[in-house]
Design a protein around this ligand. Structure first.
Ligand code: PGA
Length: 271
């Protein structure tokens, strides 16, 4: 796990935007897994600005969103489908047929979820999965106790998640209690993962995810066994990490490695 600590959400956004831009410039990266929530909004704004400057092109990009509330139609103001339309899709040149979403009103949940999994495979798998982190350690809507091998399915939201999402709804009873979500195993199949976490209220979840034991009680902790994960967070979200000095040291030194190796090769050759 590569943990990158930045000063504030703006710096987190710049780092994440640069990474997405760089990956999309690469031929092999065109399938993105996308999150909703407060954290990725800044990233989407930065990607839109980047697109407007001609730095990133979504014409060939295929997207799969992580999750959707059960019971909400795609045009519902609080649906994640609508969130993505307003915060990203309607502002860039992505093709509507390349956008994939779980339905909030499926006829048959199991069949619909299996079909979503099939579509991910048909697209060649997710190249870069972007994630947020729930206060309770969830990724997607994989709440604590989610099987670490779970596939796309329905999930009952925790009270903590319902409270966190309450701000988007008029009344608490309007917040859906269930969602469809890519499973932990589905997320783990992505070639590469970029997780964003900002704010003090994520500090406990960050500590559990990065430095705690791998456990279904903190589904994000499974990322410890994924070979290509970058976690980018701000100082507030990093506040409870014990090994933060090492993460900073690693970032300071990483880019020096190639130069050092070249130098040492030259030294050995000249001897
Ligand atoms: P947030 O949600 O970005 O709104 O904090 C994160 C998540 O639940 O994944």
């Amino acid at each position: 796990m590569n943990v990158v600590i930045k000063a504030d959400p703006k710096a987190v956004t710049e780092f994440a935007c640069e990474m997405v831009r760089e990956r999309l410039a690469h031929d092999r990266y065109r399938v993105l897994g996308l999150p909703t929530g407060g954290t990725p909004v800044l990233l989407y704004q930065a990607l839109i600005a980047s697109y407007q400057r001609g730095e990133v092109d979504f014409a060939e990009v295929i997207t799969f969103n992580l999750d959707e509330y059960l019971g909400l139609e795609p045009t519902h103001p609080q649906s994640y489908r609508r969130f993505m339309e307003e915060n990203l899709f309607s502002h860039v040149n992505i093709r509507p047929e390349n956008i994939h979403f779980l339905s909030g009103l499926p006829d048959d949940i199991d069949e619909h979820c299996a079909d979503y999994e099939r579509k991910i495979v048909e697209a060649g798998g997710i190249n870069l999965q972007i994630l947020g982190l729930g206060r309770d350690g969830h990724i997607g809507f994989n709440e604590p106790t989610s099987s670490l091998r779970s596939r796309t399915r329905d999930k009952t939201l925790t009270k903590a998640t319902i409270e966190d999402n309450r701000r988007y709804f008029a009344r608490e009873e309007d917040v859906p209690r269930w969602a469809l979500t890519m499973g932990v195993g589905t997320i783990m199949d992505a070639h590469e993962i970029l997780l964003l976490a900002t704010g003090r209220n994520k500090a406990d979840a960050m500590k559990a995810m990065v430095e705690g034991p791998m456990t279904a009680m903190c589904p994000g902790s499974v990322l410890q066994v994924h070979p290509r994960v970058t976690v980018v967070c701000d100082e507030a979200a990093a506040a409870k990490l014990d090994h933060d000095a090492y993460y900073r040291w690693m970032e300071e030194n990483d880019y020096r490695m190639q130069g050092f190796l070249d130098e040492q090769r030259r030294r050995v050759e000249s001897n």
